[in-house]
Design a protein around this ligand. Structure first.
Ligand code: MN3
Length: 203
């Protein structure tokens, strides 16, 4: 068995002007493909590795750094592509209620998430996560780590993640990472995020 690069659910230029087509193409065909290739290589040295990516992420503590970085890279990018859409919308249902409960107004949540993303040092991701009780938490993690990797200690499940590696934005935004963080709010598929939230609270 080998992991494969998934197709994007939209064209490379679909997220223009917020994320440019060249960034999307390189990010998908070079960076994401690179994680997939290196993951397959790293797993070829592991006896009977799981063939479900999510199981690998949950049990990541059992594997070496090459598996951790590249399984994280494959999982996180697949998750990221699925979270974006050229026709953005607003949070709905139980997720909207939870956001209102914890942050009062959507704009307050956006500011909190953006501030935390701006504060991330080096390469990593900012995650919106939920637990079974329905609480939300914004978590910064370095490299290609993901809240699921720490689930056994702290049961937070990611429902949205923002890639803050320079390769995600540098061609268009250069040093202005804050502009990229601002642009992302125009292309989040909140239907996908709300569905993930409902799955977490359903257990
Ligand atoms: Mn990336």
């Amino acid at each position: 068995m080998a992991f494969e690069l998934p197709q994007l659910p939209y064209a490379y230029d679909a997220l223009e002007p917020h994320i440019d087509a060249l960034t999307m193409r390189i990010h998908h065909t070079k960076h994401h493909q690179g994680y997939v290739n290196k993951l397959n290589r790293a797993l070829s040295e592991v006896s009977s590795p799981p063939n479900v990516l999510e199981n690998l992420i949950y049990d990541i503590q059992s594997y070496n750094t090459a598996v951790r970085n590249n399984a994280g890279g494959h999982y996180n990018h697949t998750f990221f592509w699925e979270s974006l859409s050229p026709s953005s919308n607003k949070p709905s249902g139980a997720l909207e209620e939870a956001l209102t409960d914890q942050y009062k107004r959507f704009e307050v949540f956006v500011n909190n998430f953006s501030e935390q993303a701006a504060a991330l040092f080096g390469s990593g991701w900012t995650w919106l996560s939920a637990n079974k009780q329905g609480h939300l938490k914004i978590i910064n993690l370095p490299n290609q780590d993901n809240p699921l990797m720490f689930y056994h200690k702290e049961p937070w499940v990611p429902i949205f993640g923002l890639d803050l590696w320079e390769h995600a934005y540098y061609l268009k935004y250069q040093n202005q990472r804050d502009h990229y963080i601002k642009a992302i709010w125009n292309i989040i598929d909140w239907d996908v995020v709300a569905k993930r939230y409902e799955e977490v609270i359903a257990g």
